[in-house]
Structures are given as structure tokens and as C-alpha cells.
Design a protein. Structure first.
Length: 602
């Protein structure tokens, strides 16, 4: 899409999806926040990917709606909004207003009608409109200037997309809904006609009008009688299913321009809701602290550092290695922090041409072992299990593991997804981490850490130990305040050692038995391949989706159920093949082949 684009969000659709997608999220005081968090997360994802210049959100609100004048039982079967969702709406709308996003509501008309009318007004003003919703009813609005974006499936539907997704073009969506009805809205439809029958009738006749002009042409006598006997119900259902596009709603493009959010209000609101990540984004910029990072090349300096750690009784540490897998990685260096904004990097195995002399590894361990293996000196780190495994492979048993910032963050913000140090530093310290690509490059230019210049590694490695120390100082007290410290100490922290032991030990396998099983499965695959080729009557590459699709749907003429998203070839996914299993013997053989191949290669 190009030119001026207006994004309109179906607020209730996104709200309910967020509410049911995220469970048991609330403040320490018990106020539910799951729907707010989910809605704002989806909104942020949309704005970051689409970067809309014009945006509005339309909500349904309680009140007598126009369609109840047509049918008093319209939506009569719909359950009331859950109480723990209803209480979140005022706070959500407060946040959206602080984001400077227009909110539109109508006591007489439903959100769908407002969306349809706004899209029509926007088209007249030269705008393309994207309606963000998961509601199939809104498919009827799609035309040359209006599209639907489904955030659940992350797909943008134009007229062809609606036809492929729903089975009929947008102009015929109301025809299908009139016949089929809609139980969620209590639109009756024609008794005995479901989705499949409704779509097949429209596909056969071309439109509902054609069905009503020639009802005697309906082949199934029960369906024919149902249509002829419910013409009044059918007309009412059409009225209920049709979205209004001519409401007197104002569309002033300037009102929908995405503006600068009210950062002060959002920071306060998100702090109250205990959305640490969101609050950090809108908090006033913290004063940049000068950070003192340096490398240690002399044993005397390492002894001095060890003495400081022993006196402090704690240390934040991090390891730098030449591989992401700890059981395959070799230690390259370590960083340490005992004071905020100060950290030290100990290079051990940088071996590039011209690398400066480094403290011998055994000499370093002689100095550090009493610190690292002392259970009375607390160890802090980010994903400290990784460091524990690396050190174990060096002959060092790390003791005194205390705060793992990654685990602390997960306990406090379980819906965050990733809890890497970059995110934690941004959320809690308002600091931007140095990307690892700045140190080792990326793609074809990527090198291992041992080849990276020490002067480039020092700030990167030191910030990890420094940031972990700072984040732990914030999350530790929060864990206590929220009553989660016991869970961490009694369950999560002991698991770090247990999981490290499991990872180091690995899984014992009977190699001869596995080789024998592999040979058996290979023989099974060959037999199945022969049966597939024999059954299909042609030799082809079974593992090629394009060739398999051509055989099934062009040569054998099996019914098509869907196309793939990317290539638009006829899909041969497992669910499609399951539906076709009884249509031709080759399908069953293909399914067996896939199952056997999965057993062999996993």
C-alpha cells in the first residue's frame, strides 16, 4: 500500500484477544492488568512494524444499539463482559489517550458501523484504510481502498485475500452471514444452513439475490424448503449482518495524526500498573554515569581485585567465550564488578596476531579459585548457569551463586518473553548495551571472541558484569517486596546447579542401537518412496512441496483446501493431507513417509 494510510483498530476485538491470551497478571495489590498489558504490547508491535502516520481506535460501549430495534434478541446470548476485564478498560483508555490516539465510540451504533463509516470517509479523502481486527464480519468492508490486518495471524487481507481466507469475495460476505447466521451475535440465519452450505450456495448461485430469485434450483430439498420457508428471517439476518458505512462521523485527517505521547502521564500510569518495561521507556532520561572499565594484565592487579572481592563478600561476574553453547565453548576471558559503574576484564586466551601478553590461565586460577569456590562470597550474574558450566570445564566449581538477574526478571515479569541483559539494562538502568556485533562482527565478517581485539572486548565484557550488578540491586528488593524471594531461594536458585549438572552430564546414548534404528528407518523410507511412486504413477521428489503439490492437485486432481502464504502453491501441510487421507492411497503413504522421516532425523 502506498500514499496516505489510516489504521483503524477494532478495540474490542484486540481487547478480548489480549484478555484471554494472557492469564493471571495483576499488580502486587491484586488489580488485574492482563488485558491492558496484552493490548498495549500488540499496539506497540503494530506501531513499530507498520509505523502508521494516521491511527484511531474504535470501541463498543454499553447502550441501546440500532440493531436491537430490528431484532430485540440481537446479541441476547452474549455473556456479560468479565468483571476483571471491565475494571481494566478505564485504565487502558487513560493510557491510550496519553499516547495521543483518538478513541471513537457510539452509544447508538456498534464499533463495526463506526469503522465502516470512517473507512468510507477516509476513502473519499484519498486515504487507504487498514482495519486491525480478528472479526470475520468486517471482511465485507474490504475493497480497493480498505484492507483487513489480522494481528493474530499477522496477515494483511485485500479482496483476493478475503476470497482465499473466507471462500467468497468481500461483496458476498454478507450473503454468507445472512444464510449462516452468527451465534455469537444471535443472528438467526436460515435453520439447517451452516457455514459450509452457505458458502457453497453463494459459490453456486453467485449471490444471495440469485438464490432468492431461483430457490427451486437448490438441489437439496431440505435446504430448498428451509430457504423458501424463512424469507423474512433471511431478510432480517441480512439487515443485522450488514455494516453501516454512511454514519455521520467526522473524519478530519489532522485528528488522526499520530502525535508525541504524554511521557509524564505514561510513566506514572505504567509505574502504578507495575509495567516496569513500559515505565522505563517513558521515564525521564537518567543522568549518564561515567563508567570506569579496564583490563587486567598484571598478576598484582588481579590479586588486588581478588582482595576487594573478598572484602566486599560479593561479586558480579561474566564469562566471554568462543561459542554460544557452554559445553562446547572455550573460556576467553572474565569480567568482574563489585562497585557500580566500575568493572574489570581479565583476558586469558586472546590469541590474535599482536595480542598483548596475558596472565597465564593457571596463574589466574591460583589467584581466583579461593574467591570463585568460596560459598560465603555471593556470586551475581546474568544467566549464571552458563558461567557455572564454563568454569566447571576449567576445573573451577563456582560456589555461592546468589542472584541470577535473568531468573529474577522472569519471576517478576513472566510475560516479557525474552529476559536478556540488553532488555533489563534498558528497562531498569536506562542504559543501551553495546551490541556484540560491534565486537565480533556479523555474517561473513564474524570472528570468535578470542580473535577480537582486547580493547574492543573490555567495554563490552565489563558492561555485562556492571549492568548485572545494577539490575540485581533493583530486582532483588522487588522480589522481596512482592513475596517471591522464597520461591527464588528455595526453588529457582537450587535449580541453577541442577540444570548445569544435567547439561554437563548430557544424555547417554547407545550408539550401535541408534545406528541400527537409523538403518531400519532408512529402509522403511525407501519402501514408502517406492509405494508412493507406484501409487501416484510417476516418479518425483517426495520432499519437494512444489512437486508433491503438482502430483496431488494437478495430476491426481484431489480437491484443493488452501494455498501456502508465501509461494501461493496448493498446500501439502499435515492438516491438508489428513483431510485428503481417504481420497487416494498415495496420501496415506505420504503421511507415513513424513512420520518415518521425522523419527529418523529427530
Amino acid at each position: 500500500m502506498s500514499g496516505k494510510i489510516l489504521y483503524l483498530i477494532d478495540g474490542n476485538s484486540l481487547l478480548y484477544r489480549a484478555y484471554y491470551a494472557i492469564q493471571r497478571l495483576s499488580t502486587a495489590g491484586g488489580f488485574p492488568t492482563n488485558a491492558i498489558f496484552g493490548f498495549l504490547t500488540a499496539l506497540r508491535k503494530l506501531t513499530e512494524t507498520a509505523r502508521p502516520g494516521h491511527l484511531g481506535i474504535v470501541f463498543d460501549i454499553p447502550g441501546e444499539k440500532m440493531r436491537r430495534e430490528v431484532f430485540k434478541d440481537y446479541k441476547a446470548n452474549r455473556k456479560p463482559m468479565p468483571a476483571d476485564l471491565a475494571v481494566q478498560i478505564p485504565k487502558l483508555k487513560e493510557a491510550l489517550r496519553a499516547y495521543r490516539i483518538p478513541l471513537l465510540e457510539s452509544a447508538r451504533y456498534e464499533a463495526d458501523d463506526v469503522l465502516g463509516s470512517l473507512a468510507a470517509k477516509a476513502a473519499a479523502a484519498g486515504f487507504q484504510t487498514v482495519i486491525v481486527t480478528t472479526d470475520k464480519d468486517l471482511f465485507q468492508l474490504v475493497d480497493g481502498s480498505t484492507r483487513i490486518y489480522n494481528p493474530a495471524k499477522e496477515i494483511l487481507l485485500d479482496e483476493n485475500g478475503v476470497r482465499e481466507s473466507f471462500g467468497v469475495p468481500p461483496a458476498r460476505v454478507v450473503d454468507v452471514l445472512s444464510l449462516w447466521g452468527d451465534p455469537s451475535d444471535n443472528i438467526p440465519g436460515v435453520p439447517g444452513i451452516g457455514e459450509k452450505t452457505a458458502k457453497s450456495l453463494i459459490a453456486e448461485f453467485g449471490s444471495l439475490a440469485a438464490v432468492l430469485e431461483n430457490p427451486d434450483r437448490i438441489k437439496n430439498p431440505k435446504i430448498r424448503d428451509a430457504v423458501k420457508g424463512n424469507l423474512d428471517v433471511l431478510e432480517m439476518s441480512r439487515t443485522l449482518a450488514t455494516i453501516e458505512r454512511g454514519l455521520d462521523v467526522d473524519f478530519n485527517p489532522a485528528d488522526f495524526i499520530v502525535g508525541e505521547p504524554d511521557r509524564t502521564v505514561l510513566a506514572r500510569l505504567f509505574t502504578d500498573l507495575e509495567f516496569s518495561g513500559f515505565a522505563a521507556e517513558f521515564a525521564p532520561p537518567a543522568e549518564k554515569i561515567p563508567r570506569r572499565y579496564r583490563a587486567i594484565f598484571e598478576e598484582k592487579d588481579l590479586r588486588d581485585l581478588a582482595a576487594r572481592i573478598a572484602a566486599a563478600k560479593f561479586v558480579s561476574l561474566d564469562t566471554e567465550t568462543d561459542h554460544v553453547a557452554p559445553t562446547r565453548a572455550r573460556l576467553v576471558g572474565m569480567s568482574f564488578a563489585v562497585e557500580p559503574a566500575e568493572a574489570f576484564y581479565l583476558p586469558l586466551r586472546h590469541d590474535y596476531l599482536g595480542a598483548p601478553a596475558q596472565i597465564p590461565v593457571e596463574s589466574a586460577w591460583t589467584i581466583l579459585r579461593p574467591i570463585l569456590e568460596n560459598p560465603d562470597i555471593r556470586k551475581i550474574g546474568q544467566n549464571i548457569k552458563y558461567d557455572l558450566i564454563i568454569l566447571r570445564r576449567e576445573g573451577i566449581t563456582l560456589k555461592g551463586v546468589d542472584e541470577d538477574t535473568m531468573v529474577l526478571s522472569y519471576l517478576l515479569e513472566p510475560n516479557w518473553g525474552r529476559h536478556n541483559l540488553d532488555r533489563l539494562a534498558a528497562a531498569y538502568l536506562h542504559e543501551t548495551s553495546i551490541p556484540i556485533a560491534d565486537v565480533i562482527g556479523k555474517g561473513k565478517n564474524e570472528i570468535t571472541m578470542n580473535r577480537a581485539p582486547i580493547e574492543a572486548v573490555v567495554p563490552y565484557a565489563c558492561q555485562d558484569a556492571d549492568f548485572a550488578l545494577g539490575v540485581a540491586g533493583i530486582l532483588g528488593p522487588r522480589l522481596e517486596a512482592e513475596g517471591l524471594a522464597g520461591l527464588y531461594r528455595e526453588l529457582e536458585r537450587p535449580l541453577i546447579d541442577i540444570l548445569a549438572d544435567m547439561e554437563i552430564a548430557g544424555v547417554k546414548v547407545d550408539e550401535p542401537a541408534l545406528r541400527g534404528l537409523s538403518a531400519e528407518l532408512e529402509a522403511d523410507l525407501r519402501r514408502l518412496e517406492e509405494r508412493i511412486h507406484e501409487s501416484a504413477g510417476v516418479v518425483f521428489n517426495i520432499n519437494s512441496p512444489q512437486q508433491l503439490s503438482a502430483v496431488l492437485f494437478q495430476k491426481l486432481l484431489l480437491p484443493v483446501t488452501k494455498k501456502t502464504k508465501g509461494t501461493k502453491i496448493f498446500s501439502t501441510s499435515i492438516d491438508v493431507l489428513d483431510e485428503l487421507r481417504d481420497r487416494h492411497p498415495v496420501v496415506s503413504f505420504v503421511l507415513q513417509n513424513r512420520q518415518t522421516a521425522q523419527q529418523k532425523y529427530t
